[in-house]
Design a protein around this ligand. Structure first.
Ligand SMILES: [Mg+2]
Length: 329
């Protein structure tokens, strides 16, 4: 018997995608951060994300509000990855009958806060009984701004690879949480990711930006998605990775490799994108005038080979795969 864990999450998605017939008005189907759909004159960006107790969160670790916030933030981040504007959300819950009602209400207010703070409205969903823990599904519908959106494909040779914000903080926060270490800033990042909606829209409005995704599975894995979508290679310079003092201090205090965490861990929900190599410095400057979010150039795209190399070395793809789990720590 061939099992799911043998092919992994992406093997499963590939197999599913092959069974899905083509349909009209589907501009982009399975495989990007959002589906892109045409409805009369409108273009819709649609994405859905599952958040499962004891897989994505443990109730004992976190405040109920954080659970709701994070479930919504990860869905909203897929709209950010296209440079879109979130508009509507459908929230479906599967809950054990014995669930604490106050906890459920606090969790739901986390969902409401994340969704409404990013300009979208909850318009419905579904609720059902669960035998094992809480399951939250957030489907988000958004739209492109001025008709522009970015896909994972479209990068050109000699484009620069850049990322917003800091990476690895969420995983370090989870490490701190599970090991009982004090690291409030990192733990906050783990529970309270902020989807890069305005940054994504700004990037999508610039023609020098060619392709984009959100870093949800880990930089190496998501860079591999970008490289594969454009049929190019990505060369990452490990000395250029974004530095964060909290992460550096935490890693050295606990004997962890900072670069391993940055390259291999997910759930930071930052944006990674391809920019015209000749226009990157101007873009970094303009971005800095607009946002406080850091922007770091970490690599280049090449047509000489495919895959992702760090400092010239091919890397085994590590990062988050829901069905073939290799733990980072
Ligand atoms: Mg995504």
């Amino acid at each position: 018997v061939k099992r799911l864990q043998d092919v992994g999450e992406f093997g499963l998605i590939e197999r599913i995608a092959r069974r899905v017939p083509a349909a009209r008005d589907v501009v982009e189907g399975i495989g990007d951060d959002c589906a892109v759909l045409k409805l009369s004159d409108a273009t819709l960006l649609v994405s859905t994300d599952l958040f499962v107790e004891d897989v994505h969160f443990r109730e004992c670790d976190c405040k109920p509000h954080d659970i709701g916030w994070k479930a919504a933030a990860s869905s909203l981040s897929d709209i950010a990855a296209m440079g879109g504007e979130p508009r509507f959300a459908l929230v479906s819950l599967s809950c054990p009958p014995a669930a604490d009602l106050t906890m459920m209400e606090e969790m739901y207010s986390g969902l409401v806060d994340a969704i409404s703070q990013h300009g979208a409205a909850i318009v419905g969903g579904d609720t059902t009984r669960s035998k094992n823990g809480l399951v939250i599904d957030v489907a988000v519908i958004g739209e492109p701004v001025n008709g522009r959106y970015l896909l994972r494909r479209g990068a050109q040779p000699n484009d620069a690879l850049a990322v917003t914000g800091a990476l690895g903080l969420s995983a370090a926060g989870l490490h701190a949480l599970t090991h009982g270490h004090k690291a409030p800033t990192l733990i906050k990042h783990h529970f309270h990711p902020v989807p890069r909606i305005p940054e994504g829209q700004w990037l999508a409005s610039h023609k020098a930006v060619h392709a984009m995704l959100d870093v949800s599975d880990g930089l190496l894995q998501d860079a591999a998605h970008l490289a594969r979508a454009s049929d190019l290679g990505i060369s990452i310079d490990s000395t250029a990775l974004p530095e964060n003092p909290d992460l550096t201090a935490y890693a050295s205090a606990h004997g962890l490799g900072v670069n391993d965490i940055i390259l291999g861990s997910g759930e930071d929900y930052e944006l990674a994108f391809a920019v015209d190599g000749e226009r990157i410095s101007g873009l970094v400057e303009e971005f800095a005038n607009e946002f406080r979010t850091p922007l770091t150039v970490i690599g280049t795209f090449t047509d000489q080979w495919t895959g992702v190399r760090v400092d010239g070395h091919a890397t085994p793809t590590q990062g988050h795969d829901h069905f073939s789990e290799a733990d980072l720590f």
